[in-house]
Design a protein around this ligand. Structure first.
Ligand code: NDP
Ligand code: MG
Length: 390
């Protein structure tokens, strides 16, 4: 049994979500390696209470302030501190006890607490890709200044990271991010015109939160991941390629300057990249199901189709333009995905609105933090207006 000081002390932002709950399974299976300090949720008060009673963290944060009393009433007697609201989220990540913050909350809301955690010198296990999409330049710069490591949790980026271990001084020629292609792989635009929310929410290989599942169906998830990879690995746009791999066994590939390619593979299970990020550089034993070659006699690869799945092309365009364009892309996407989930826009209208936002919102070449906040707000208002007028 390790001493508490030898264990990693973890904060999980978004513990009630898909990544958050799987992270708790990893912690539960490895009590010798981790101590849980913080759990947070947006509005799932009951699940947050249940998790806190089981894992006994130092404190919890409930985003929705109207639920504070409910959570406080149960956890007070347990000696667990309870806070509420977005400001508290940015404060608790700075607690002295914390070594590493797992950002498993969804969307732009991740930016502020992630910056606050880095500011306080906490390492980051990054699931919340939107943070790097919105403000990758200032986030990675701050991490460098503070000597903070950003460990990827996204399976593709974890794969690249795993391929780079022992190779950190060898330049990357290019990377291939694999994409499952989602539930609508191979469909035409005519077919996509009438797809429903229920169809889009059925991912063939991964069980994830609603927002990322829609992003996977529209290929925006891969677009966001391309931008995430640029910042995580310091790559130029032309060094990043996407290849569709429907079986989701090869999680991504690095090609080095001698032409050698390394891939990381395994069954699709987010617990592995979560555990790798939290325990790095150690590989902890696990009982995750093992891959059997004979169950997969064929692993196949094909070109993505950015003419049909226009979000992928829009994301590449935003990355190449740089500045606040990826922030515009992300904010517009968050608004249209929410609208699609409420049946207010069709599947194909999502790309149309994102494209219009990229044209309408003022371009800023070298944004600072406040510019990103303003760009996000302006884009949300433009996108909402476009949805109303449709
Ligand atoms: P979920 O929707 O399942 O969970 C989101 C979590 O964030 C919940 O705990 C939710 O609380 C909380 N949350 C939502 N909105 C806010 C907010 N405004 N402020 C604070 N907390 C909030 O998402 P996923 O777990 O699927 O995804 C989380 C992140 O990880 C995303 O950025 C996604 O892109 C990334 N990711 C996810 C993968 C997956 O397999 N799921 C794979 C790779 C990356 P509540 O329950 O109360 O709403
Ligand atoms: Mg991914």
């Amino acid at each position: 049994m390790k001493e508490s000081s030898d264990k990693r002390h973890i904060a999980i932002l978004g513990s009630t979500g898909s990544i958050g709950t799987q992270a708790l399974e990893v912690l539960e299976a490895n009590p010798d390696s981790f101590v849980l300090e913080v759990l947070t949720a947006h509005s799932s008060a009951d699940l947050l209470i249940e998790q806190a009673l089981k894992f006994k963290p130092n404190c919890v944060v409930i985003g929705d302030e109207s639920q504070y009393k409910k959570v406080q009433d149960v956890l007070f007697d347990e000696g667990i501190k309870v806070y509420a609201g977005a400001d508290s989220l940015a404060q608790v990540v700075q607690m002295e006890e914390i070594d590493i913050v797992l950002t498993a909350l969804v969307g732009y809301a991740g930016l502020r607490p992630t910056m606050a955690a880095i500011e306080a010198g906490k390492h980051i296990a990054l699931a919340n890709k939107e943070t790097l999409v919105v403000a990758g330049d200032i986030v990675t710069e701050l991490a460098k200044q503070k000597g903070v490591n950003i460990y990827p949790v996204d399976s593709e980026h974890s794969a690249i990271f795993q391929c780079l271990v022992g190779e950190f001084h060898n330049p990357i020629e290019k990377i291939y991010l694999t994409a499952s292609g989602g539930p609508f792989r191979g469909q035409t635009r005519e077919q996509l015109a009438s797809v429903t929310k229920a169809q889009a929410l059925k991912h063939p290989n991964w069980d994830m939160g609603a927002k990322i599942t829609i992003d996977s169906a529209s290929m925006m998830n891969k677009g966001l991941e391309v931008i995430e990879a640029k910042w995580l690995f310091g790559l130029k746009p032309e060094q990043i390629d996407v290849i569709v791999h429907p079986q989701s066994i090869v999680h991504s590939i690095v090609q080095f300057e001698d032409g050698s390619m390394k891939a990381q593979m395994g069954l699709p299970d987010m617990k592995l990249p979560i555990q790798f990020a939290l325990a790095f550089p150690e590989r902890l034993k696990s009982d995750f199901p093992r891959f059997n070659f004979l169950n997969y006699p064929q692993l196949t690869f094909e070109q993505p189709d950015p003419k049909t799945f226009r979000n992928l092309a829009l994301a590449f365009e935003a990355m190449k333009l740089g500045g606040n364009q990826p922030c515009i892309l992300n904010a517009a996407n968050e608004v249209v995905v929410d609208a699609f989930l409420k049946d207010k826009v069709t599947f194909l209208q999502m790309s149309d609105i994102i494209e219009q936002c990229m044209q309408k919102v003022a371009f800023i070449q070298k944004p600072n933090y406040d510019d990103y906040v303003a760009t996000d707000a302006e884009t949300r208002s433009v996108a909402s207006q476009l949805i109303k007028n449709d």
